[in-house]
Design a protein around this ligand. Sequence first.
Ligand SMILES: Nc1ncnc2c1ncn2[C@@H]1O[C@H](COP(=O)(O)OP(=O)(O)OP(=O)(O)O)[C@@H](O)[C@H]1O
Ligand SMILES: [Mg+2]
Length: 225
Amino acid sequence: MNNYPLIHCENIYKDYQLGQVSVHALQDINLSIDKGEYVAVLGASGSGKSTLMSILGCLDQPTGGHYFFDGVDVSRLNTKQLALIRNQKIGFIFQAFHLMPYATALDNVALPLIYRGMKLQERQARARIELERVGLADRMLHHPSELSGGQQQRVAIARALVTKPKLLLADEPTGNLDSASGKDIMAIFDACLKEGATIIVVTHDNQLAKRMQKTLRLQDGKLVR
Ligand SMILES: Nc1ncnc2c1ncn2[C@@H]1O[C@H](COP(=O)(O)OP(=O)(O)OP(=O)(O)O)[C@@H](O)[C@H]1O
Ligand SMILES: [Mg+2]
């Protein structure tokens, strides 16, 4: 009964309209990803990787085609319905971290739990566990500007994991990290996979891509096999 893929894209297109010019960021994307898969997204700068991640993460809608996530056609849902799916099922680690500058690391990580109607104490307890997991036990009350780039990235990772998402999307998660911190992040992802998550990672890092079961390669907005 539950044997449909977690992700299924049918003829997905994404055009950006800039005045008279339209950019065809994605063209005729067809793909399926099963629950529990570990997938790398590769491609040159501008090939459409982040655009694809935004659609898979229900942050943006395709301009054509259908996107089925967890058995539901999300391509026609409204913004409120999309926000609900994101909060319940998806963790997103952005290329730029998108942390809240005036909130501490702890409050940044606890934030997604507010929409779960969870009490403050429990939100903070869960956020603490995630920050410990990414090695930031001694930085919980720091603001993003008081953290290094790699530490901010780890806060962003903790925030993505705090809701225990089915799908974890990471856009260049080790891009700002030294190789030791990068390895720590890889270990965290491996643990998430063991717990049953599906993970899709945009990376230029061949070491990282080698660990993954499936590779999606984009070129000028198209998937190349
Ligand atoms: N909001 C936007 N409006 C107009 N064009 C856009 C927008 N976002 C992206 N594009 C264009 O769509 C194409 C794909 O962009 P995208 O950000 O997906 O590339 P990418 O593969 O993630 O690149 P990078 O490796 O540099 O992050 C690019 O040509 C880009 O200029
Ligand atoms: Mg990008």
